[in-house]
Design a binder for this molecule. Structure first.
Ligand SMILES: [Zn+2]
Length: 354
C-alpha cells in the first residue's frame, strides 16, 4: 500500500491546519468581545466623568444652601437679640415713666410716642423673624432634597466605578485568553512549520541518496533497551506544550547508553539537525517484503550525546551509531527513534515491535 504513509502524513497536516483555523476563529471571536468590552469601558469612563461633574455641582449647590441657611440663622439671632433688647428697654422705660409721669407731664406725650414707635419696630422685627423662619424652613427643604440628590449621584458613581472595575477585569481576562489562543496557534504553526521543514528536508535528503538495493534483512531491532516513554502520533509536546505531531517514539534508555543501528544500511546523515539535536539517519534501501515492499526505508536516531559514525559509513545491524543524550529540544536523556518510508515517518513500533 504505497499511498498509506503519504495519506497519513496528509491527514496529519490537515489536522494541524484545521486546529489553526479553529484557533483563529476563536481568537477573532475574543477580539470582537474585547473590542465591545473596551467600547463599554470607554462609555463607562465617560459616564463616570459626567457623574463626577454632577456630584461637584451638587456639592456646590449644597454648600451654597448651607451657607444661606447659616447666614439666615445669624440674621435671625441678631434680630431676636435686638427684639429682646428693645423689649427690655421698653419695660425699663415703662417703669421709669410710671414713677415720673406726674412730675414730668410735658414729657408724657413724647414718651408715649416713643413707646408707640418702639412697639411698631418690634412688630416689624417679629414679622421679619417670621419671614426669616419661613425662608429657613424652605431652605431646609431644599437642603434635604439637595443632600438626597448628592447621595443618589454618589451611589450612581460608586455603581459606575464598580462597573468599570468589572469591565477592566473582563477586558484583562479576554486579553489573557487571546494571548493564550495566540500562543496555542503559534505552537501549532511552529509544529506545522517544523513538521514540514524537517520532514521535508529529511524526505528530500533520503529521497536523493537512497540506493535501490534491497535490504538484506527485514527484521529490525530496537536500538536501545528501555520503555517507550512517548508514543508515535499526536501528543502534548513536553517542551512547547500544546498538541504536536510526534514523528517517532521516545525510548527511555540509560543516559549515554549505546544506540545500535536498527538494521544494516548506509549513514545518510551524522550531525546536528535542528530541534532533533545530534542525529544519525541510516538508509536501509528498499523493503524486500511486507507492508512496505519496494519502498525506501530509513531510520533516525535523535538527541544523542555523541555520534559514533560518519556520513557515508556502511553500518551493520546492531552496530553502535551513537550514545543516548538530551541534545536539541529535549526534556531529559532519551532516544527519539523514527522509521521513515520514502522519507515519511510511520509508527516505528510496526517495525521494532512493542
Ligand atoms: Zn521524540
Amino acid at each position: 500500500m504505497p499511498a498509506n504513509a503519504n495519506s497519513k502524513h496528509e491527514q496529519e497536516k490537515a489536522k494541524i491546519e484545521k486546529k489553526i483555523k479553529e484557533l483563529k476563529a476563536k481568537e477573532a471571536l475574543q477580539i470582537n468581545k474585547l473590542t465591545k468590552t473596551q467600547k463599554n469601558l470607554e462609555k463607562t469612563n465617560h459616564s463616570i466623568k459626567e457623574c463626577r461633574n454632577k456630584l461637584q455641582q451638587s456639592q456646590a449647590n449644597l454648600s451654597k444652601l448651607e451657607s444661606k441657611i447659616s447666614s439666615l440663622e445669624y440674621e435671625n439671632a441678631k434680630l431676636s437679640q435686638s427684639i429682646n433688647k428693645r423689649l427690655r428697654d421698653i419695660y425699663k422705660g415703662e417703669r421709669i415713666t410710671i414713677l415720673n409721669v406726674f412730675f414730668t407731664s410735658n414729657n408724657i406725650s413724647r414718651f408715649f410716642d416713643n413707646l408707640y414707635y418702639q412697639k411698631l419696630i418690634i412688630k416689624k422685627d417679629q414679622e421679619a423673624i417670621r419671614e426669616l423662619q419661613q425662608k429657613k424652613y424652605e431652605l431646609a427643604i431644599s437642603k434635604r432634597s439637595a443632600a438626597h440628590e448628592k447621595r443618589q449621584i454618589s451611589s450612581n458613581l460608586a455603581y459606575m466605578n464598580r462597573k468599570k472595575m468589572d469591565l477592566n477585569y473582563s477586558a484583562q481576562a479576554t486579553a489573557n485568553l487571546i494571548e493564550r489562543l495566540r500562543t496555542d496557534r503559534k505552537t501549532y504553526e511552529e509544529a506545522q512549520k517544523e513538521l514540514e521543514r524537517l520532514s521535508g528536508d529529511i524526505e528530500r535528503e533520503i529521497g536523493r541518496s537512497l540506493s535501490g538495493s534491497a535490504i538484506m534483512d527485514s527484521v529490525f531491532i530496537r536500538p536501545i533497551m528501555g520503555a517507550i516513554t512517548s508514543p508515535f502520533g499526536w501528543r502534548t509536546h513536553p517542551v512547547f506544550g500544546g498538541r504536536r505531531f510526534h514523528s517517532g517514539v521516545d525510548i527511555g534508555g540509560p543516559n549515554h547508553g549505546a544506540i545500535k543501528a536498527s538494521n544494516s544500511g548506509k549513514v545518510l546523515h551524522a550531525g546536528w539537525y535542528g530541534g532533533y539535536g545530534k542525529v544519525v539517519i541510516i538508509n536501509h534501501g528498499k523493503a524486500k517484503d511486507g507492508q512496505y515492499k519496494g519502498q525506501k526505508v530509513s531510520t533516525l536516531y535523535a538527541h544523542m550525546s555523541n555520534i559514533a559514525v560518519n556520513k557515508g559509513d556502511e553500518v551493520h545491524k546492531g552496530q553502535i551509531v551513537g550514545y543516548e543524550g538530551t541534545t536539541g529540544y529535549s526534556t531529559g536523556p532519551h532516544l527519539h527513534f523514527e522509521v521513515r518510508i520514502d522519507g515519511k515517518p510511520i509508527n516505528p513500533l510496526t517495525f521494532i515491535g512493542n
